[in-house]
Design a protein around this ligand. Structure first.
Ligand SMILES: [Zn+2]
Length: 90
């Protein structure tokens, strides 16, 4: 559903922080910021969590993968620079 994905830049109904808010999954007329949603005591039983950390976790994994690829490229660059015809010495 479209309205579930909507992010509003408003004031949180719980902490009154001026942050992006989403509609609470438990109370339909409550708009929660990511901080209140994550620290909510009802989170385990919430049928539709307004904020899910999955996206952030993916971003972390992606940047980590990029770091590893960059590291491997550097190793390849250094090993090719130190003479490809060497007798196995690194
Ligand atoms: Zn809040």
């Amino acid at each position: 559903m479209v309205f579930e994905m909507t992010i509003y830049w408003e004031t949180c109904s719980l902490c009154f922080r001026h942050d992006p808010v989403k509609q609470c999954g438990l109370v339909s007329d409550v708009m929660v910021c990511i901080h209140c949603c994550i620290s909510c005591i009802k989170r385990e039983v919430c049928p539709r969590k307004a904020w899910v950390l999955e996206t952030g976790e993916r971003v972390v994994k992606k940047s980590l993968k990029e770091e590893v690829e960059k590291f491997l490229e550097e190793i390849e660059f250094l090993s090719s620079k130190s003479g490809g015809k060497s007798s196995g010495k690194i």
